[in-house]
Ligand binder design. Structure first.
Ligand code: ZN
Length: 161
């Protein structure tokens, strides 16, 4: 929980003007915050609920917060479409957790349970799981299906966003 700020960040996604604010949706209360990019590295807190904006582990997305996190955040977002009954999904979970910590704060990783939220899975035409979709500025920029290890995840995310 405390180590995410020091985690490795892909240079490309962390670059840009540090003084320009970015919109970040709080992991806890879903409030949209404007934060100078430089401050994200210091464990920025939410102006609304005072909790850390970025949790450093995969965000749980539901119908209630999906569109907000995909659409209202300036940080690239990767969503793991998974389900509890899916063996490869469960096998990839620890690697995904580690990738989330290593990619914070430049890229955010999230999970969507396709069994709990079938409408969202249908909207994105998810046919096999796990499927990862990378979003940038609210738009899908890359997707891949199948489980991966940490190195594979980091490589794909860095290449995609
Ligand atoms: Zn909050």
């Amino acid at each position: 929980m405390d180590s995410w700020a020091a985690a490795g960040v892909p240079p490309d996604s962390a670059s840009g003007n540090d003084s320009l604010p970015v919109h970040v949706v709080c992991a806890h209360c879903n409030a949209t915050n404007r934060v100078p990019r430089a401050r994200l590295d210091e464990g920025a807190k939410c102006g609304s609920c005072k909790q850390p904006l970025l949790a450093g582990h995969p965000l749980e997305l539901t119908k209630a917060n999906f569109d907000r996190h995909v659409g209202a955040s300036d940080l690239p977002l990767v969503v793991d479409f998974w389900a509890p009954w899916c063996g490869p999904c469960r096998m990839m979970a620890p690697a995904y957790e580690e990738a989330a910590a290593r990619l914070a704060p430049g890229v955010r990783l999230a999970k969507l349970d396709t069994e709990a939220e079938p409408e969202i899975a249908a909207r994105f035409g998810i046919r096999s799981i796990p499927t990862l979709i990378a979003f940038k500025n609210g738009r899908e920029v890359a997707r891949r299906s199948g489980a991966s290890n940490v190195a594979g995840l980091l490589e794909w995310v860095k290449a995609s966003v």
